[in-house]
Design a protein around this ligand. Structure first.
Ligand code: AMP
Length: 374
């Protein structure tokens, strides 16, 4: 187990396994290019170790050069890739083989292909030490790869987590029980509670539903319950000061937690800011906000159904109260989308379909958080 910045990583590949993969690629390429002098182009920074070891295994005459790209994840999902070190000169008519450390979604690769299409190379091939075939969605077929790996975030052997870990001889993967804090976002009836129940099992998280805490307090006739009841009965939001304090108390009950699922909180921008402050004061952070999206007609139907048959909640039984809850959501909670988008933490999920299907969609988002950018 190693620690880099705030995260712990566990051993994934030993040096010998990595070397075997490097050797395999070198032998395959040597077989194909022994008759000419190819130019190998390493992609900085991650590929430097791979390029170095690869060349030691490559037995025939060759040249080597590097390019450097820098990825930025802006507010749009497309992202921009900037060239920091351009294609080598005098590559016209030559066979160019790109050496990448890892290929995941293929966004960087697409940019590389683009960089080289304007050059008059004889042939252009891609070789990557690691290949996350599960999530690769580029058009370009990978020509050579050392090994396919699952979609986990890895470090070592040139790959970094926030610039650390490149010097490690082995490759490590993010330890599965990292703290992860999620906000489930969605109109009443969107299925936040249902999904939270699955996710808390899967990732060993503490589920905090402010609605449930209020209902518990109402049932037990506590001071907080009495305070909240009149608002809840009408379908109005309980005032921020009350809700924020209660949320803080709930978080503080679980200092050992692996992470939290916040369900029904925040519901206003003030609550979102309070949550960020609370997280910061505890050296924690919100990793993602996952919005379950569904039309109001579908939700109204679901709520009336659950109000009558399942939850027995008074605020689910009356159309006007439900409509007021939608209204509260649209005016006070919907602006949170922009709040979390500005932090690049907003993920929208189709909330209509079989429960397991929706769980799968949410898990997809959570897994993608672990890989960040490689
Ligand atoms: P829920 O179970 O999430 O649908 O919440 C039921 C009701 O509890 C809401 O309609 C509000 O009256 C109250 N409530 C729950 N969470 C909050 C919150 N974060 N801020 C204000 N009121 C809330």
């Amino acid at each position: 187990m190693i620690q880099l910045h705030d995260k712990r990583f566990k051993l994934f590949l030993q040096e010998e396994e990595i070397m075997a993969a490097v050797k395999k690629i070198a032998e395959e390429i040597a077989e194909d290019y022994r008759e000419e002098v190819p130019i190998f182009v390493g992609v900085l920074n991650g590929a430097f170790m791979f390029v170095s070891d690869f060349l030691k295994f490559y037995p025939y005459p060759c040249e080597v050069s590097f390019v450097k790209l820098s990825s930025y994840r802006g507010l749009t999902s497309t992202g921009i890739v900037e060239t920091l070190l351009d294609v080598p000169e005098n590559i016209e008519g030559r066979s160019v083989i790109i050496l990448e450390d890892i290929i995941d979604t293929g966004r960087t690769l697409q940019e590389l292909v683009h960089l080289f299409t304007s050059t008059n190379v004889k042939e252009f091939k891609i070789a990557s030490l690691f290949y996350k075939s599960e999530i690769y969605n580029g058009e370009y077929a990978i020509d050579y790869f050392g090994m396919e790996i699952p979609n986990n975030f890895i470090v070592g052997y040139g790959l970094d987590y926030k610039e650390q870990g490149r010097n490690l001889k082995n490759v490590y993967e993010l330890h599965p029980d990292q703290m992860i804090n999620l906000v489930l976002f969605g109109k009443p009836g969107a299925g936040k509670g249902t999904q939270a129940n699955f996710l808390k099992e899967q990732y060993s998280l503490i589920h905090i539903s402010t609605g449930d805490v209020f209902r518990y307090n109402i049932k037990n006739k506590t001071e907080l319950g009495q305070l909240a009841q009149s608002y809840m009965d009408k379908g109005d939001l309980v005032p921020d000061e009350v809700t924020i304090k209660m949320l803080r108390d709930e978080v503080e009950k679980h200092p050992e937690a692996n992470g939290f699922i916040f369900d029904g909180f925040p519901r206003t921008v003030a609550q979102a800011q309070a949550l960020d402050n609370l997280m910061e004061s505890k050296e924690m952070k919100i990793n993602a906000t996952i919005a379950l999206d569904a039309d109001e007609e579908v939700l109204l139907e679901r709520l009336l159904n659950r109000g009558g048959k399942e939850s027995g909640r008074p605020d689910d039984q009356d159309k006007d109260r439900i409509k007021n809850r939608f209204e509260e959501y649209n005016t006070k909670t919907a602006p949170l989308q922009a709040y979390y988008e500005s932090q690049a933490k907003f993920h929208s999920i189709n909330g209509v379909g079989a429960i397991e299907e929706i769980t799968k969609r949410i898990k997809g988002v959570i897994e993608s958080l672990r890989l960040v950018e490689q």
